[in-house]
Design a protein around this ligand. Structure first.
Ligand code: MF3
Ligand code: CO
Length: 287
């Protein structure tokens, strides 16, 4: 691409005033042997705006759940809240029929790590901690975030797990910087979790998102600083640590094939944001 050609990102600016310096820096890292993102993972300004709008609806759905969630409610009722609110806002629930997933949202209680399936017979009880994981498609663009809710009075042990998990996400987001690496995020999260005596789920992680539900890179919540894919402005991905009070091992529900539980039956917590890597640092799209 010539300097005065319009940039490939569609910004309308000349290449040398837009992505040229980013492309050159990526090329320098690639020559040094680093794993670098292909251009398909670097979102254009127009794509970022569309994904941002999708994320705004996703946040509104979570706010709607936060307003209405209560003790005694079934997780099926959460599913109805999510699907109706999403539809009323002109969007689609991404989980519905995704690889055969039967519901519109994931609701994971206590020892359920993730992908809990809403059900009429599962009612929220005093002392439960529940993760509600919402994913939205607006105009073909994807967003994804989850929050923890404490039902009634939860034990100090569960409360601490939820607090540390939220801190893990915050620390993970702070570790995600342009020209850093995916491994920086996992190292920061796992160090903090381990300091508190918790373990980190290894099999599932964050992911690129926007054009598809799950894109590269895989964001492990354990990792080593300076390893993995280079982080470049324009990348969008989720960070969604799953933190266990007991051991790190998990099992899959043998009947529904979806729900992940802790192997030892001890509680687990998860929170998720979607972030955009910028030239200055990062931006949370799901606030
Ligand atoms: N929201 C989950 C994630 O964070 C994905 C759920 S897939 C589903 O990646 F099919 F279970 F909804
Ligand atoms: Co996700």
């Amino acid at each position: 691409m010539e300097d005065k050609d319009m940039c490939w990102c569609g910004s309308g600016k000349p290449y040398d005033e837009c992505h040229k310096h980013i492309d050159e820096k990526i090329e320098m890292y690639r020559k040094r042997g680093c794993e670098v993102p292909p251009r398909s993972l670097i979102k254009t300004p127009a794509q970022i705006e569309k994904i941002r709008e999708s994320a705004k609806i996703n946040t509104a759905v979570l706010d709607h759940v936060a307003k209405h969630i209560h003790e005694g409610m079934s997780t099926e009722e959460i599913d109805v809240l999510v699907s109706e609110f999403t539809k009323d806002n002109g969007a689609i629930c991404a989980p519905y029929q995704y690889q055969g997933y039967p519901k519109s949202v994931c609701t994971s209680i206590n020892e359920e790590v993730c992908h809990g399936i809403p059900s009429r017979i599962k009612k929220l009880q005093n002392g439960d901690i529940v993760n509600v994981d919402v994913s939205t498609i607006l105009d073909g663009y994807f967003s994804d975030a989850s929050r923890m809710f404490c039902i009634g009075e939860v034990s100090p042990e569960k409360q601490k797990l939820v607090d540390v998990t939220k801190e893990c996400l915050k620390i993970g987001i702070e570790a995600a910087k342009p020209w850093g690496f995916v491994g920086d995020i996992g190292e920061a999260i796992s160090k903090y979790a381990h300091q508190h005596g918790y373990s980190v789920v290894r099999e599932l992680g964050g992911h690129g998102i926007g054009i598809e539900f799950h894109e590269d890179p895989f964001i492990s919540h354990i990792g080593k600083k300076g390893t993995g894919m280079l982080l470049v402005p324009g990348m969008i991905f989720t960070i969604e640590p799953m933190i266990n009070t007991g051991g790190a091992n998990v099992v899959v529900d043998r009947y529904n094939g979806w729900t992940i539980y802790t192997a030892d039956g001890k509680p687990s917590a998860q929170v998720e944001h979607m972030i955009l890597i910028t030239e200055e640092g990062s931006e949370i799209l799901t606030y």
